[in-house]
Design a protein around this ligand. Structure first.
Ligand SMILES: [Cu+2]
Length: 477
């Protein structure tokens, strides 16, 4: 039972947090969630685990401490990737609150991070979902407070430029806002989240793989995975249940681009919260999970065996990694399923996907004006997300190109920066930067064009760069 709402006296304390708590507690717009009382620290879990169900019968102030952390993690056998994470894993840590809760959110960016980050929670009603309030450079922390007005399962993600790159690098996760009365109890709850990864090398190519912006723009990933890695949910990592148990999967899709056709081979979802909202539909085979969206699926298990969890866009499952497993133990019922359960029928084919590195036809600039015009296009598509459309960059994060002493001092160094990326401290116009610029895999023509454009703008030195000069710098590597 929910106690009646009382908002009789204004609080005497004028501390911001007290006022916010008061406002939240007296908000009558969302009906029946009760008066906010007490404070608790949120339990945050790494996938596939979820925090325990909420047993409170009233909203409270929930303190969330989430740390952005950049670290090398395995992506597949012998393949590593530098992931950017919320809480040390991909997907980010699961957050569980109740409708009406006041969430005091602290985003902490580790001092050893190279990049600024922030967070956009789709559960937030407010500009950017919290993104602007939470922008943190390495070694910084930021706090904002929001009220969880709408129950549901929501995606959160980093929204720092270039947004797609931060998401592709692993910066997404789920926050569950339980409805006032809680969710019906089940035997097992798991956290499964899909995402795609764009690597310079093809599927299975060993070593530390850098991010590939070109493939990302083409929405053509080599990896589509559940929970951040090929095999994160297979073998010893398989989800488990016993015959007769009820299972609830909190399914999210970080994207950044692909829609998931979420399916469990050999199971029918008894109930699906479509798009993780309030509407429940029944008896579903495959449910769509949009990029930046979620679904809650529930089913009872009746038959023991291995049940494959897939994105039913099926090349992704068997050739790109979007394959998990639910192992159901116990006795079968031959009336429901009789006959031998063949193992191995759906085992992934392994092996690298054939890649077709057809070089895109290059349109060559025939004069300097064309070079600038073509270069502007390359800039808009490849550079402006970080260095900004006006070339001014972003303080503490992305150095300026406009009137930049570093850029104008050395054209060969500028070419090398675009060709190879850049890593390590540098000073531009007296400001120190220590970030990472990814290698962008542009053609010599595109590098020549974009730098000619950059040099022609914003009071820069006016150099015209020819593709041959780019080729010469590339040859020195
Ligand atoms: Cu980020």
């Amino acid at each position: 039972m929910t106690p009646p709402r009382r908002c009789t006296s204004f609080p005497s304390a004028i501390a911001l947090t007290a006022v916010l708590t008061f406002i939240a507690g007296c908000d009558s717009s969302s009906g029946g969630t009760g008066v906010v009382s007490g404070t608790e620290e949120a339990v945050l879990t790494l996938a596939p685990n979820v925090p325990p169900p909420i047993t409170r019968d009233h909203p409270t102030r929930v303190v969330v401490n989430l740390e952005s952390q950049e670290l090398v993690l395995p992506l597949s056998d012998g393949v590593d990737y530098t992931f950017w994470t919320f809480g040390g894993g991909v997907p980010g840590r699961f957050i569980r609150v109740r409708e009406g809760d006041v969430v005091e959110f602290h985003l902490n960016n580790r001092p050893d991070s190279r990049m600024p980050h922030n967070i956009d929670l789709h559960a937030v009603t407010g500009p950017g979902g919290g993104a602007t309030s939470s922008f943190v450079t390495p070694g910084q922390s930021a706090t904002f407070v929001f009220k969880a007005l709408n129950p549901g399962l929501y995606v959160y993600h980093c929204a720092t430029a270039p947004v797609g790159m931060h998401i592709a690098n692993g910066m997404y996760g789920l926050i569950l806002v339980e409805p006032e009365g809680g969710l019906p109890p089940v035997d097992r709850e798991y956290y499964v989240m899909q995402g795609e990864i764009y690597t310079a090398g093809g599927y299975g190519e060993p070593g530390l793989q850098p991010f590939d912006m070109e493939k990302a723009l083409d929405e053509d990933p080599d990896y589509v995975v559940f929970n951040g890695a090929v095999g994160a949910l297979t073998g010893d990592n398989a989800l488990t249940a016993d015959v007769g148990e009820t299972v609830r999967l909190f399914v999210g899709n970080g994207g950044p681009s692909l829609i998931s056709s979420f399916h469990v081979i050999g199971e029918i979802f008894d109930r699906v919260h479509i798009e993780a909202g309030t509407a429940v539909t029944e008896n579903v085979q495959t449910t769509l999970v949009p990029a930046g969206g979620a679904a809650i699926v529930e089913f009872e298990t009746q038959v023991p065996g291995e049940f494959l969890i897939v994105d039913h866009a099926i090349f992704r499952a068997f050739n790109k990694g979007a394959l998990g497993m639910l192992t159901v133990g116990g006795e079968g019922d031959s009336l429901i399923y009789s006959g031998r359960i063949q193992e191995g029928v759906y085992v992934p084919e392994g092996g690298a996907v054939q890649t077709l590195p057809a070089d895109a036809p290059v349109v060559r600039a025939t004069n300097d004006a064309e070079r600038v015009a073509f270069g502007q296009r390359v800039f808009t598509q490849n550079c402006s997300a970080c260095h900004q459309a006006n070339g001014e960059g972003l303080a503490n994060a992305f150095p300026p190109l406009a009137g930049a002493d570093y850029l104008n001092a050395d054209r060969a160094r500028a070419i090398a920066t675009v060709v190879n990326g850049l890593d390590g401290p540098l000073t531009v116009n007296g400001e120190r930067f220590d970030g990472v610029m990814p290698a962008l895999r542009l053609t010599d023509e595109d590098v020549a064009n974009v730098l000619t454009y950059v040099y022609s703008e914003w009071g820069n030195a006016g150099f015209v760069i020819q593709p041959a000069e780019v080729a010469a710098v590339r040859a020195q590597q």
